[in-house]
Design a protein around this ligand. Structure first.
Ligand SMILES: NC(=O)c1ccc[n+]([C@@H]2O[C@H](COP(=O)([O-])OP(=O)(O)OC[C@H]3O[C@@H](n4cnc5c(N)ncnc54)[C@H](O)[C@@H]3O)[C@@H](O)[C@H]2O)c1
Length: 270
């Protein structure tokens, strides 16, 4: 779906990839409704939008609040007239610990935001998208949603759930005007750890620095995602790390898992 002159909802629009999606969409001539739990973060996005500010509305919503999400479509439609697309980008990571050390509160938080938040948004907007002449749903999974990242196992499970939710939706909607795209970013240079309330241990600092050198800029990630949406792509691999691991995982899932283990073990407590 071409984004120009469309109304597109972006969750997680207050930071990182979501913010860059908002700015890129505005630059391409879309009207954007940015949704985020953080009002301050959304206000910063508005500032960065500059003279495109009049094409942007902001909505402070916790996407795990199903009732609040259910009221969003009417609020956005009454402001902008319609919704043509949604990009579910809001998400968090988990503390870098093994499952045996991760409590249920942390597990539920990750599943609620990454999986249920994406599901609530999708179900709330789908009836409206089905009425449009063309429409698009994009869900942000992760490279960690198709291969195991130790210390992010529940995060990976939540993103694998997003992957299958999105691929299933794609099939179910094949005979409609709603196209569906799943996105698998590799490492992107954002503040997701801090925004998720996750501290990186001192032991991991050097490994983390090495990794951050390779991280793709969120503005570049947003450009790749929007190009993929405009080409109605089934799946979008963002970054050479994601494309490489996708290939390796198909050839040998166990080798891919070992490779990632070697890369990530410095982040895990002894
Ligand atoms: N950064 C990476 O390396 C990377 C890699 C793969 C996938 N991803 C995925 O990309 C997406 C964006 O990540 P990012 O790095 O830009 O993160 P980020 O922390 O920069 O932005 C995420 C935004 O989501 C918002 N958010 C969190 N919980 C929310 C809730 N309950 N309701 C509404 N908004 C909420 C945050 O306030 C924040 O503004 C996430 O789904 C993440 O899992 C990121």
């Amino acid at each position: 779906m071409q984004v120009q002159n469309k109304v597109i909802v972006v969750s997680g629009g207050g930071n990182g990839i979501g913010r860059e999606l908002v700015l890129n969409l505005l630059a391409k001539g879309a009207t954007v409704a940015a949704v985020d739990i953080s009002e301050t973060a959304l206000q910063e996005t508005v500032k960065l939008a500059g003279n495109k500010e009049h094409d942007l509305s902001t909505h402070v919503v916790n996407i795990t609040d199903r009732d609040a999400v259910a009221t969003l479509p009417e609020r956005i439609i009454s402001k902008h007239g319609a919704v043509d697309g949604i990009i579910n980008c809001a998400g968090i990571i988990q503390p870098f610990v093994r499952i045996k050390d991760l409590d249920f509160a942390a597990i539920e938080r990750v599943m609620n935001i990454n999986f249920y938040g994406t599901l609530y948004m999708t179900k709330a907007f789908l009836p409206h998208l089905l009425k449009r002449p063309e429409a698009h749903i994009t869900n942000i999974s992760s490279m960690g949603g198709f291969l195991p990242v130790p210390g992010q196992t529940i995060y990976g499970a939540s993103k694998a759930a997003v992957k299958l939710l999105t691929e299933g939706l794609h099939s179910e909607l094949l005979n409609t005007h709603v196209r569906v795209t799943v996105v698998f970013p590799g490492a992107i240079g954002t503040n997701i750890a801090a925004n998720s309330g996750v501290s990186i241990s001192a032991r991991s600092e050097s490994g983390n620095r090495q990794r951050s050198i390779k991280a793709l800029a969120p503005s570049k990630a947003a450009q790749i995602i929007i190009d993929g949406i405009e080409q109605n792509r089934y799946r979008i691999l963002v970054g050479s790390d994601s494309a490489f691991m996708d290939f390796i995982y198909r050839v040998s899932p166990s080798r891919a898992a070992k490779f990632i283990f070697n890369q990530m073990q410095s982040l895990l407590p002894e």
